[in-house]
Design a binder for this molecule. Structure first.
Ligand code: BMA
Length: 371
């Protein structure tokens, strides 16, 4: 999907039309990314996928145990959407910044695809101008050096090529590659990443975003959807779009929002309003909207899932158009977003994911068969 694919496909359609001299055309076979986009569209207003970062890799008290998942442990089934993190791949490392081996990540993503689940990738790269600094070091302007004419432009392109190499290795038994969602440069409106608002101008971020996607296309990676996910620092559509790389580059308009969901009633209203802004924009542009990251670390509020998260997702006709929600990773007992089976929020979590509109993996398989 997205820009380059659309340009090529319309050229192809025009050429085929010319050659065929008006004879009826066989329908074009949709790409796997287009199929995924249609599947996501079919969820709008009906249901939403539940997603969890690093779900199959590790959880509370376990690591790399075949078939294991904290969502499954607590709620009886896997999530329908699985988040993976690429930070460190750009340096040629074999494990990501949280120690997940990329070889295992590939196998997990292939398993997810084989089960009909959805994979989404985030990327927290180390600073390309000083790799001793991770994504969260905000003491130096970086993005301007990565753009054309910048001192680290070709170095940065070579880093994107490492991602391209990995994406092309996500093969399927049918001989293609699996479709996925890529969500680069997220939370750019916050001040905690080197590509964030304190060190980067909106135009620079937009250029970086486009450069990244264009480079992946040039490297032959085209089987993916792109998600745009600012954090919560906006309250109008114009503000939401301040960092937006353009309609040609984006398929999923997202919001990452932890803060507002954890600030009482006023925060929840703000979270609802922001999700509605994304949904309204999706409706205007034929995209889909999602709550691309959220959660409450350690879930110290036992009804967080049904009160806060469902309170936002089920608030209005508009919020019910969101097609997925993803919570962050379960590192250990000091950092987790899905409750373990004995946790005081476990029953409420089961209630939330067991609800009519919230789809785990087998619910999603059934939904696709029916719709
Ligand atoms: C953050 C935390 C970190 C982690 C990073 C990237 O929110 O979970 O521990 O390194 O995401 O996965």
């Amino acid at each position: 999907m997205n820009s380059k694919y659309l340009k090529y496909s319309s050229l192809l359609v025009a050429l085929t039309g010319l050659l065929a001299c008006g004879s009826p055309q066989p329908a074009e076979t949709p790409t796997a990314a287009e199929v995924l986009m249609d599947q996501l569209r079919s969820l709008q207003g009906k249901a939403l996928l539940f997603g969890h970062q690093d779900d199959l890799a590790y959880g509370i008290g376990w690591q790399y145990e075949e078939g294991q998942s904290d969502v499954k442990r607590t709620a009886g089934d896997y999530p329908a959407l699985f988040g993976w993190e690429l930070g460190g791949l750009e340096l040629g490392r074999t494990r990501n910044l949280n120690g997940v081996p990329f070889d295992k990540m590939r196998s997990f993503a292939q398993w997810v695809h084989a089960q009909g689940g959805v994979n989404t990738f985030s990327w927290h790269p180390y600073s390309p101008v000083d790799t001793s600094k991770n994504a969260w070091v905000v003491d130096e302007r970086v993005v301007e050096h990565l753009l054309p004419g910048g001192s680290h432009h070709s170095h940065f392109l070579a880093q994107v090529d490492q991602l391209a190499h990995f994406f092309k290795s996500l093969t399927t038994p049918e001989g293609g590659t699996l479709p996925f969602i890529f969500r680069p440069w997220h939370e750019m409106d916050g001040g905690w990443f080197w590509w964030g608002a304190t060190l980067t101008e909106p135009e620079e971020l937009q250029a970086l975003f486009r450069l990244t996607i264009d480079r992946l296309h040039e490297q032959g990676v085209d089987n993916f959807l792109v998600a745009y996910s600012p954090d919560r620092n906006f309250s109008t559509e114009a503000e939401y779009l301040s960092w937006y790389p353009g309609d040609d580059y984006v398929d999923i308009v997202g919001v990452d929002n932890y803060w507002d969901l954890n600030q009482g009633a006023e925060g929840l209203s703000a979270a609802i309003h922001k999700l509605e802004i994304a949904v309204q924009y999706a409706q205007k542009t034929d995209k889909v909207a999602a709550l691309t990251e959220t959660g409450l670390d350690r879930i110290e509020q036992a009804d967080w899932y049904s009160a806060n998260l469902a309170g936002v997702l089920e608030a209005s006709e508009l919020t019910r158009q969101a097609v997925y929600v993803m919570v962050w990773r379960n590192h250990d007992l000091s950092h987790f977003y899905v409750p373990h089976p004995e946790h005081e929020a476990a029953d409420d979590f089961r209630h939330f994911v067991g609800g009519e509109r919230c789809l785990l993996l087998s619910d999603w398989q059934q939904f696709k068969n029916k719709n």
